[in-house]
Design a protein around this ligand. Sequence first.
Ligand SMILES: O=C1O[C@H](COP(=O)(O)O)[C@@H](O)[C@H](O)[C@H]1O
Length: 262
Amino acid sequence: MSRTEVVVYANGELLAAAAAARLVTRIVDIQAAKGSASVGLTGGGTGIAVLRELKESSARDAIDWSRLDLYWGDERFVPADSDERNEKQAREALLDHVPLDPKRVYAMAPSDGEFGDDVDAAAAAYAEVLAANASADGTDDGSGVPAFDIMMLGLGGEGHTASVFPDSPAVHDTGHSVVAVRDCPKPPPTRVSLTLPAIRRAREVWLMTAGEAKAEAVSLALSGADETQVPVSGARGYRRTLWLLDRTAAGKLTKVYQTPNA
Ligand SMILES: O=C1O[C@H](COP(=O)(O)O)[C@@H](O)[C@H](O)[C@H]1O
């Protein structure tokens, strides 16, 4: 059975620090239980702030970084050295500072990588990586997507998550795990993204966001809005969906949620 939980923090800084602490605990518990853990990373302000907090935390040494598989929920299809790239931001914030096994860091291709500017090929290649890993780790249910332990995601004020935007081809795609995304309303316009069905292969989805601009989308998603109009509504973990919000992002919720020190 899947459960939804909402935790509200006083501000975005506290949210990022608390999410980083939560991530350490969860990864350590998962590694203790089954040897290794898999985590999907997100771009965006809050997602990168969480990684920065983790880098600064001495508790990060509790994680066995060599037994961690890292994926991305989406990537901006730009050159490898572009500051807009989610992977580059994640590396600077955390990944370059911890002893990861480079073979277990599964980045999506940049626009100057092995597939050149062919974004469809980049998406197809990532789908192949997911399928190979799902088969290797024994979690393939026929979808070709591993059962990620934790998928971290952000969201946009218009309701996008990963790079799945409202009423876009990606949100209507139920036949692929990874898609090329063009003409994004938010720049950069070309991206690679997991689809909603692939996201739902995660045991836990953590939706993390701060700011008043996100309040409407948060409220719509938690009221069960149609995922084709509010894609984040369809981002659910099959065991748990955890919303980590600051007070302003939670500002349009009518129900009272757990609010530590908020
Ligand atoms: O472009 C993106 O935006 C979203 C949300 O970012 P935010 O800065 O508004 O929090 C993010 O989830 C996604 O990974 C990223 O590519």
